[in-house]
Design a protein around this ligand. Structure first.
Ligand code: FAD
Length: 462
């Protein structure tokens, strides 16, 4: 019997079937869906993952991989029928190797992202992937969603941090592609298929990660601005001043700050007065710490920014970043919200926000826009909170039309309806809508070639 075979493979510490203990692994963090499962297994090695997948494949049972369960598209939750196996990577949490001279590390999929960052730091190197969920998301989940975060502007997305992968395929075969070389033109670059495929093509069990030199001395600037266009102008000026040393460049609307101050302890805004927009940027200044302040003063003099402060020390910088990282949590107490993780070419951010705001006020009168994001990459979290006191269910049902209009707008401006969170279950219909034709046909051909029995994360993405 399958369940007995799975228990045997992972041993007594490697499975849970008690519904109370399973609860946190079966709900998506916004409570939008709840799943059921036959059993959750937590293999401790690649061989155990391979044996679990092989048994499930032979029994015709689907396997849903799960990392830190911080994903925002429902991709890590089994369906509600209860006949899938949930496979948690949490016990595969070893750093297998770190070679500082090679600027590379081999980490198992279940390593928490902040642990990967710290291991690099300890060896005098830098791992740049960074996001608000870094204390609980796992590197396997990050690669499976091709996560973005705050440092993409300088270092690229999760995809750009990968040198090689170890993957368990749908029939239980292990593909060992844990090479760390930068140059390798031997055939197709298979690792790219698995990155961003949200567990539908293979289960990532370990990754060879690229490390970077430590960036050195950096400075943090908070600027107040009147328009998103001014933010794009400021970014250009910073690039002119420091080249590619702009490490992060985040836009936040005034409402984000108000909600963060209202709902999250110890959030303080050092800039006085009313401003519509804020930019928080981290710039590597090296031996010239004044460069950021000088660029800010010039922008102030030319009225590109309305006010600005540079953090005087690490504690001030941490406080500013805390404000940025608290926005997601601060939005929750304001009721139901529609979340749109979109991207457009950076120069069209202002146009997107203007046109999007008009759509929202026409379709959802009284709704409150909570707009923030990684504007240096053209990626906005264009979120819409329900009107104060409105009925949450009604708002979400009415919101469908607004969501479609917002996605249509992003596409019309040359962007994407899914910038960094993935597709999972929530955005599956939009993949069909916006990536139909040849693109979707190729995706389906890849899925049926690699997973003909539809064992891996069935029903997700495509
Ligand atoms: C407060 C907050 C802030 C966030 N900020 C950002 C941000 O700035 N940028 C960003 O990109 N995302 C962000 N996210 C979303 C989320 O953190 C990322 O998508 C993250 O990469 C998911 O990692 P995880 O380990 O939690 O994966 P999970 O949620 O467990 O899984 C995500 C998907 O990957 C699959 N999967 C997980 N592990 C594996 C594996 N080893 N092999 C194959 N498939 C696997 C799952 O089946 C699922 O489809 C944020 C989330 C929160 C809650």
């Amino acid at each position: 019997m399958l369940i007995d075979a799975l228990k045997e493979i992972v041993g007594p510490k490697g499975w849970i079937s008690n519904p109370d203990l399973l609860e946190p692994y079966l709900s998506e963090r916004r409570g939008r869906i709840k799943g059921h499962t036959l059993i959750m297994v937590s293999p401790a090695s690649t061989d155990e993952v391979a044996a679990v997948v092989s048994e499930c494949s032979a029994a015709g049972v689907g396997v849903v991989p799960q990392g830190g369960n911080t994903g925002l598209c429902g991709g890590a939750i089994p369906d509600d029928k209860g006949d899938e196996v949930l496979l948690s990577l949490t016990r595969m949490n070893r750093i297998r190797a770190l070679d500082a001279d090679d600027y590379s590390m081999i980490a198992e999929a279940g390593c928490v992202l902040s642990d990967v960052q710290q291991a690099a730091e300890k060896a005098g190197r830098f791992f740049p992937l960074s996001l608000s969920a870094e204390g609980s998301c796992q590197i396997g989940g990050n690669l499976s969603t091709n996560a973005g975060g705050i440092n993409v502007i300088r270092y690229g997305t999760a995809r750009q941090q990968v040198l090689g992968l170890e993957v368990v395929l749908a029939d239980g075969t292990v593909w060992d592609g844990l090479r760390t070389v930068r140059k390798d033109t031997a055939g197709y670059d298979l690792k790219q298929l698995f990155i961003g495929s949200e567990g539908t093509l293979g289960i990532i069990t370990a990754a060879a990660l690229r490390l970077w030199p430590r960036p050195g001395n950096s400075a943090t600037l908070l600027a107040a601005l009147d328009t998103p266009e001014a933010a794009v102008d400021l970014l250009g000026r910073l690039h002119d001043a420091v080249g590619d040393s702009v490490q992060a460049f985040e836009l936040m609307s005034d409402r984000c700050i108000r909600y963060a101050q209202r709902h999250v302890p110890d959030v303080t805004m050092p800039i006085a007065g009313q401003h519509k927009w804020y930019v928080l940027t981290e710039v590597v200044v090296g031996a010239n710490p004044a460069v950021l302040e000088e660029a800010a003063m010039t922008a102030l003099g030319e009225k590109v920014v309305e006010d600005a402060v540079v953090a005087k020390n690490q504690a001030e910088s941490d406080r500013l970043w805390r404000m940025r990282h608290s926005i997601s949590d601060a939005q929750k107490p304001e009721g139901a919200s529609l979340k749109h993780d979109i991207s457009v070419p950076t120069g069209r951010i202002g146009e997107f926000i203007r046109k999007g705001n008009r759509l929202v006020s026409d379709l959802l009168p009284g709704a409150r826009l909570v707009i923030f994001g990684h504007v240096g990459d053209g990626n906005l979290h264009y979120n819409v909170s329900q009107p104060a006191g409105a009925d949450a269910e009604e708002f979400l049902a009415d919101g469908q039309r607004a969501t479609e209009a917002i996605y249509d707008l992003a596409i019309e401006l040359g962007g994407s309806f899914s910038a960094e969170h993935g597709v999972g279950i929530f955005k599956k219909s939009y993949l069909e809508q916006y990536r139909g034709g040849a693109e979707l046909r190729v995706m389906r051909a890849l899925k049926s070639a690699l997973d003909p029995e539809n064992t891996l994360n069935p029903g997700k993405v495509i």
